[in-house]
Design a protein around this ligand. Structure first.
Ligand SMILES: O=C(O)CCC(=O)C(=O)O
Ligand SMILES: [Fe+2]
Length: 153
């Protein structure tokens, strides 16, 4: 499924020092629209959400943080969950992260892989072309909802 035209994006995120971290987020809550995202940073700020609680992702020297993205959630029929995460700002330090976003060819039809669908476990995500999913992703990002919720059956 991952072919020559599969897309990998490298994104540098820069978060300047912020005098009011209690008022300003670095990046609002979202899931990634990727298969996986690899994140390299050496300053805290990334948080993930579980059951309504935000947890700090610790910095481990020279370690990468790997996030599961929406495409993996769809392909795995929900076995792997795409994580909601955000970045908070910091009054003392600026922060830089390098994020590698791995995804598929834009023409790929996303749907749960057939081996993970049977009578007992029906497909939990509707079929959608990656291109169309990305369009939904940008629309929902702007409105603060999650694209993945819109393709659940
Ligand atoms: O800056 C970070 O650590 C995370 C950035 C992020 O979540 C993203 O680019 O999707
Ligand atoms: Fe992200």
């Amino acid at each position: 499924m991952i072919r020559d035209n599969s897309i990998t994006q490298a994104i540098f995120n820069y978060y300047p020092q912020c005098p009011r971290p209690d008022h300003v987020l670095g990046l609002k809550a979202h899931t990634d629209g990727s298969i996986i995202t690899v994140n390299f940073t050496d300053v805290e700020g990334l948080q993930l959400e579980k059951n309504g609680v935000w947890y700090n992702v610790p910095i481990i020297s020279n370690a990468l943080v790997i996030n599961i993205g929406d495409v993996m959630e769809i392909l795995s029929n929900g076995f792997f969950k795409s994580l909601v995460h955000r970045v908070v700002t910091n009054a003392e330090k600026e922060r830089l992260s390098l994020v590698l976003v791995y995804t598929l060819e834009l023409e790929t039809q996303l749907e749960p892989v057939l081996e993970l669908v049977d009578d007992k476990r029906h497909a939990r995500y509707m079929k959608i072309k990656l291109n169309d999913y990305i369009e939904k992703y940008h629309d929902t990002y702007a409105t603060g909802t999650l694209a993945i919720d819109g393709v659940k059956i």
